[in-house]
Design a protein around this ligand. Structure first.
Ligand code: AMP
Ligand code: ZN
Length: 472
């Protein structure tokens, strides 16, 4: 079945044609590791996971490369401000390496908890300085750079199509000298961008390397160009990120990559819309933001958030509220409970043999292949339970769809259903009393309650999602 995706470059839905039959090369801009990822960032990583799962569902072998930005991302988009990782290191009295390492680990903890498939290659910017220097040298040889105030800049007037992804107007670029965002006086044009910083203003920067232009560190954009080309070649299929990457980061990545190679770099550009909170776009620099651990601390399962995100199309803004998350949780638990019922009736994985099962699968595929229509794909999942299929086919179809949805429905067991979903009020009360006793460090009371539960035929198991009762 054909796959159609919205390409930001053409501003239209296009049929996907891979560069190499059966194979997809995909690069997604990774996190800047100076703080925890907020749930808005994670929405973008969930959208990229959905894209990857859809491609795999269609039989493609996907090579997914994601970077970790641990140096070079400044607080300002116009090359002004401080390196975000260094800034946090100073604030926390840690080294930049420690900060980057800590938040990279925290990032992957969230990533895994959301059942996002790990990239084929994860590459840290600080491990690829050699490749970045080589790429800058290539640009220098072709006359696309200049040195000013100690930094190496990309000269946007050296190419004819700067800004094509964001459809920046040339007039405004020419006029830009009068632009009040012209914060770096070393630039010939405010849209020129730094490839390598050696400017004395960064004299105290901890992460620095020797280079042909002096000791310094790379600009943020060159990282993604150098690493994606190292692992995926000089042309590949997909490049993704959040929509905020379009006007500067991705625009500059394209400019330097295509200037260096002399040909088209990426075939499909896909961007996820923002998650909004009450104040607008959820953002790390706002100070207050929601993380997965806040959600889990309030008793939500990461799969509730995954379900919540699937409920909106990736190209639409999504407004976060606790009520909406509650509704997602309720709907998801309804599905879990239905899967548990099927298992309790002895359902097993089987081939999808009936015409009805094939029709339902075709509809699901049609929706997910149509620019990742996840809300319709969720409706298709509900349709399975309402269908007249036998239990085995229902169960098998649910697991088939879940290869794309990633809601961990393969982990549902009939046993868990009996133990937790249908908990009677007395057992619930005992579990709560045990939790309170543990909180108060009253271990004797906690043990007494455990014994009382055992006498009723249940064993308490403490899981990351909280205590769970299993039949003895
Ligand atoms: P960062 O770690 O800041 O480099 O951001 C990681 C990813 O999250 C990038 O692709 C951003 O475009 C994306 N992003 C940032 N804020 C939001 C938001 N509120 N909603 C969705 N994606 C976002
Ligand atoms: Zn990038």
């Amino acid at each position: 079945m054909s796959i159609r995706v919205y390409n930001t470059m053409s501003r239209s839905v296009e049929e996907f044609v891979p560069l190499k039959t059966g194979f997809v090369g995909m690069y997604t801009c990774g996190p800047t590791v100076y703080n925890y990822a907020h749930i808005g960032n994670l929405r973008t990583f969930l959208f990229e996971d959905l894209l990857k799962r859809m491609l795999m569902y269609n039989g493609y072998k996907v090579k997914h490369v994601m970077n970790i930005t641990d140096v070079g991302h400044l607080t300002g988009d116009g090359d002004e401000g401080e390196d975000k990782v260094e800034k946090m290191a100073h604030k926390m009295h840690k080294t930049s390496w420690e900060i980057a390492d800590f938040y990279t680990k925290a990032f992957f903890k969230d990533y895994d908890s959301l059942n996002i498939i790990r990239p084929t290659v994860v590459c840290k910017a600080t491990d690829h300085i050699k490749e970045m220097i080589a790429l800058i040298q290539r640009l220098e040889e072709k006359g696309h750079t200049y040195i000013s105030g100690g930094n190496v800049y990309f000269d946007i007037s050296s190419i004819s199509d700067y800004g094509k992804l964001a459809r920046l107007k040339l007039d405004s670029l020419q006029d830009a000298h009068r632009d009040d965002i012209f914060l770096d006086g070393n630039k010939k044009n405010p849209k020129d961008f730094v490839l390598w910083f050696t400017n004395s203003k960064f004299g105290n920067q901890e992460m620095m390397w020797d280079s042909p232009w002096g000791r310094g560190f790379p600009g943020w954009h060159i990282e993604c160009s150098a690493m994606s080309m190292k692992y995926l070649g000089e042309s590949f299929d997909f490049h993704c990120g959040g929509i905020d990457a379009i006007p500067v980061h991705h625009t500059n990545e394209i400019a330097q990559s295509e200037a260096a190679t002399g040909h088209k770099w990426v075939n499909y550009w896909m961007h996820g819309e923002f998650l909004l909170d009450d104040s607008g776009k959820m953002s790390k620099s706002n100070g207050e933001f929601l993380t997965m651990s806040v959600l889990v601390g309030k008793g939500y399962d990461p799969m509730d958030y995954r379900y919540f995100c699937l409920g909106g199309h990736y190209r639409s803004q999504l407004k976060f509220s606790w009520e909406a998350l509650d509704a997602a949780r309720k709907a998801r638990l309804g599905i879990v409970s239905k899967v548990g019922e099927l298992l309790a009736k002895g359902a097993r994985r089987s081939a999808l043999a009936s015409d009805e099962a094939k029709r339902l699968k075709a509809e699901f595929t049609e929706h997910i292949n149509n620019d990742l229509s996840s809300p319709r794909a969720l409706a298709d999942l509900f349709a399975v339970f309402k269908s007249g299929l036998g239990d085995d086919e229902k169960y098998s179809l649910v697991l088939d769809f879940d290869q794309v949805l990633g809601l961990e429905l393969d982990k549902v067991t009939a046993k868990r259903e009996e133990g937790v979903q249908e908990l009677d009020p007395e057992l619930k009360m005992l579990l709560q009393e045990r939790a309170d006793a543990k909180k108060a460090k009253d271990w004797a009371a906690a043990d007494r309650i455990r014994a009382a539960l055992k006498a009723k035929g249940f064993v308490v198991k403490d899981t990351p999602q909280g205590p769970v009762l299993e039949k003895n």
